[in-house]
Design a protein around this ligand. Structure first.
Ligand code: URA
Length: 242
């Protein structure tokens, strides 16, 4: 048995606090009866509706996936391109990616059917560290890298301080490999940050997400997160929200 507000939040309909409000305001029915008290617990056979729409209840599942390049961070594509859930066809739960990596970006992506968890991790103020390795055109100067560290102005605002490390450079080919560590998740953020300092990204990979890495996985591989890893991510994201 689980608390009604938790069940609604897990379905991704609202945060737990908003779910409590929906209940108190009479938007929620259990087995056809409006329930306004917050303490009510429901089992897997109880039918829960929000504004008359039944909510989907599945066992929550959490996966880490090594997304290859050339795969869309989506559950379907009307142009017929490969999507990340194509790699999870044996999973009966309806999972979806937590945030996204660009079509051409490879690396670590989480998938779940737990809407509350996904919303928590995608909260803009969460403290989750993401480590990217980018191959860029040209060799950025120390000052350019310092401006990435301080934050660069993008069209949707200035980026928060980042960490950078020049991992290697190829003077002949005029390319370099740079590690960039950020906490935010603006759309195409890494590519736009490098563009802002005049170095286009040629290749991009997300190597780490909080403490999670791609260790032991090849592109296209996935594994289930352990209960401990899920708990750690929740704790981290909750810390950032305060
Ligand atoms: N930043 C980008 O530019 N692309 C990604 O896929 C992820 C972060």
């Amino acid at each position: 048995m689980e608390r009604l507000q938790k069940v609604i939040a897990h379905a991704g309909i609202a945060s737990r606090r908003k779910a409590e409000q929906l209940i108190s305001e009479g938007h929620v029915r259990v087995n056809g009866q409006v329930v306004k008290e917050l303490g009510v617990k429901v089992g897997s056979n109880d039918k829960v509706e929000v504004d008359g729409i039944p909510i989907e209840r599945e066992q929550p599942v959490y996966f880490l996936f090594y997304k290859p390049r050339g795969v869309l961070s989506a559950v379907s594509d009307d142009k017929g391109r490969k999507v990340v859930t194509d790699y999870f066809q044996q999973i009966e739960q309806r999972i979806y990616p937590v945030g996204r990596l660009d079509y051409e970006t490879s690396g670590l992506l989480l998938l779940t059917n737990d809407g509350e968890f996904a919303n928590l991790l995608m909260h803009p103020r969460n403290e989750i560290e993401k480590v990217y390795v980018a191959k860029v055109k040209g060799i950025p100067s120390k000052e350019s890298l310092r401006s990435l560290q301080k934050g660069v102005r993008l069209e949707d605002g200035k980026t928060a301080p980042a960490k950078t490390k020049l991992l290697s450079m190829d003077k002949k080919k005029q390319t370099s490999i740079i590690e960039l560590i950020i906490h935010e998740g603006k759309n195409r953020q890494v590519r736009r940050m490098f563009e802002a300092i005049g170095h286009n990204v040629l290749k991009l990979k997300r190597e780490r997400y909080a403490a999670l890495t791609l260790e032991g996985l090849s592109p296209g591989d996935g594994r289930e997160l352990t209960a401990h890893e899920v708990k750690q991510l929740r704790t981290l994201a909750n810390q950032g929200k305060k």
